[in-house]
Design a protein around this ligand. Structure first.
Ligand SMILES: NC(=O)c1ccc[n+]([C@@H]2O[C@H](COP(=O)([O-])OP(=O)(O)OC[C@H]3O[C@@H](n4cnc5c(N)ncnc54)[C@H](O)[C@@H]3O)[C@@H](O)[C@H]2O)c1
Length: 344
C-alpha cells in the first residue's frame, strides 16, 4: 500500500460529496479521481480536490493511482461496479445497501475474495458508543432473555425526492426497493446486529402516498435467531421525519434507542463503558452524541483507511453488511407470496 492511498470517488451526487468532504481531514488518503457521467457534478467535485474527472467508470479503474474506489452510485450499480473494481485489483468501499439482490451480494463477495481485495460497506450508524453499549449489554444478559427487538422508521419524503438525479429512487432496478432498502436499512441493521441476527420474517408492503414502483411503507414480524420476536416498520409516507427507534425488551428490562441515542435503559445494572472491549472503544472513537450528518462517515472512512494500511479487515465487512439486505429481501419475498420466509 502506498504512503498515501489514492481514492476514486464514483458518483458525485449527495453522498459522493459527503465522502469527499470527510476525506479532507483524513491523513494518508487523497482523492485522485472522480467518475460521474454528469459532467457538471463530476468535474466540479474533481476540480475542488485537484483530481481527474472521468465520465466513464472503467476509465477511472484504468488509473493506476487509484487504489481504493468509493461507490456512491445508485444502489443497483454497486454489485457490477464492485466486481469490475475487484478485477482491476482495487479495494472497495460501497455505500449501503451493499447490493439489492442475493446474486449481487454473492458475486461481490466472490469477486473480492478471488482478487484478494477488501470490500467494506458504509453502515455509519453502527459507529455509536450508545449502540455498542446496548449491544454488549444485551449480549451480557443485562436485559434478561430478550423478548422483543423492534425497529421503526417513520419518515417523510416528498414526490420530488424520487425524481432527483435521474429518478433512480423508488425503482426496483436501481433502488432495489423503497422505504426499507433505501431509508430503513440502517435501523434494520442495528436491530438485527444487537439482537444477533434474523431467522425469519412475515411481511406486508404498500405504496400509500407516492407515485413510485416500490414500497413507501412496510411492516414485518420478525423471529430472531435467539427465538425472540419483533417488528420492523419503515415508511417514507409518514407526516414528517420522526426519530428512528430501536426498542429492546427482555425478561429483565428494556432499552430504547431513539435517533441513534440511548434514551431509556432499565437493565439489571447501569450501562457503562465497562461493557465495551478495546476493539469497541477504537470502533466508536470520536463519537459525540448528536454529531452532524457526515461525521460518522468520516470516522468509518478513517478506520477503513487505517485497516487497509495495517492489512486488517476494514469495517463493516461484506459478510456482515449483507445481513440487513438479506432481511429486506426476505421481507419483499414474504410480502409478494403472502408467506413467512426463512433466512438461510
Ligand atoms: N450512508 C448513508 O446514510 C447514505 C445516505 C444517502 C445515500 N446513500 C447511498 O449512496 C448511494 C448514492 O445515493 P445519493 O443520494 O448520493 O444519490 P445521487 O443520485 O445524489 O448521486 C448518485 C450519483 O451517481 C452518478 N452515477 C450514476 N451512474 C453512474 C455510473 N455508472 N458511474 C458513476 N457515477 C454514476 C449520478 O450521476 C449521481 O451523480 C445510494 O446507494 C444510497 O443508498 C447512503
Amino acid at each position: 500500500m502506498p504512503d498515501v492511498i489514492g481514492i476514486g470517488i464514483v458518483g458525485a451526487g449527495i453522498i459522493g460529496q459527503v465522502h469527499a468532504n470527510a476525506l479532507k481531514d483524513i491523513d494518508g488518503a487523497r482523492i485522485v479521481a472522480v467518475a460521474d457521467p454528469r459532467e457538471d457534478a463530476g468535474r466540479s467535485l474533481a476540480d475542488s480536490h485537484g483530481a481527474a474527472w472521468y465520465s466513464s467508470y472503467t476509465d477511472l479503474l484504468a488509473n493506476d493511482d487509484v487504489s481504493l474506489v468509493i461507490l456512491a452510485t445508485p444502489s443497483g450499480l454497486h454489485a457490477d461496479q464492485t466486481v469490475l473494481a475487484a478485477q482491476a485489483g482495487k479495494h472497495i468501499v460501497t455505500e449501503k445497501p451493499m447490493a439489492i439482490t442475493a446474486d449481487g451480494l454473492d458475486r461481490m463477495i466472490q469477486a473480492t475474495e478471488e482478487a484478494g481485495v477488501e470490500l467494506a460497506v458504509i453502515f455509519q450508524n453502527r459507529l455509536s458508543a450508545d449502540i455498542i453499549r446496548v449491544k454488549r449489554g444485551v449480549e451480557a444478559g443485562m436485559l434478561g432473555t430478550t423478548v422483543f427487538g423492534n425497529a421503526s422508521v417513520h419518515w417523510f419524503r416528498d414526490q420530488d425526492y424520487y425524481g432527483a438525479n435521474g429518478g433512480w429512487r423508488g425503482t426496483w432496478e436501481l433502488d432495489g426497493g423503497g422505504a426499507l432498502m433505501n431509508q430503513s436499512i440502517h435501523t434494520i441493521d442495528l436491530a438485527q446486529w444487537i439482537m444477533g441476527g434474523v431467522a425469519s420474517v412475515s411481511a406486508d408492503i404498500a405504496t400509500l402516498n407516492h407515485d413510485i414502483e416500490t414500497e413507501d411503507t412496510a411492516t414485518a414480524t420478525v423471529r430472531y435467531n435467539s427465538g425472540a420476536l419483533g417488528t420492523i416498520q419503515g415508511s417514507t409516507a409518514a407526516g414528517k421525519d420522526w426519530p428512528v427507534r430501536v426498542e429492546l425488551v427482555g425478561t429483565g428490562g428494556k432499552a430504547l434507542i431513539e435517533g441513534g441515542r440511548l434514551v431509556h435503559w432499565e437493565g439489571d445494572s447501569d450501562l457503562t463503558d465497562d461493557v465495551l472491549t478495546a476493539g469497541d472503544l477504537a470502533f466508536v472513537e470520536g463519537w459525540t452524541p448528536g454529531e452532524p450528518f457526515g461525521a460518522s462517515h468520516r470516522r468509518q472512512l478513517r478506520l477503513i483507511i487505517a485497516a487497509l494500511r495495517d492489512g486488517d479487515t476494514p469495517p463493516v465487512p461484506a459478510r456482515e453488511a449483507r445481513k440487513a439486505v438479506d432481511v429486506i429481501l426476505a421481507i419483499y419475498k414474504s410480502a409478494k407470496h403472502g408467506q413467512r420466509v426463512t433466512i438461510a
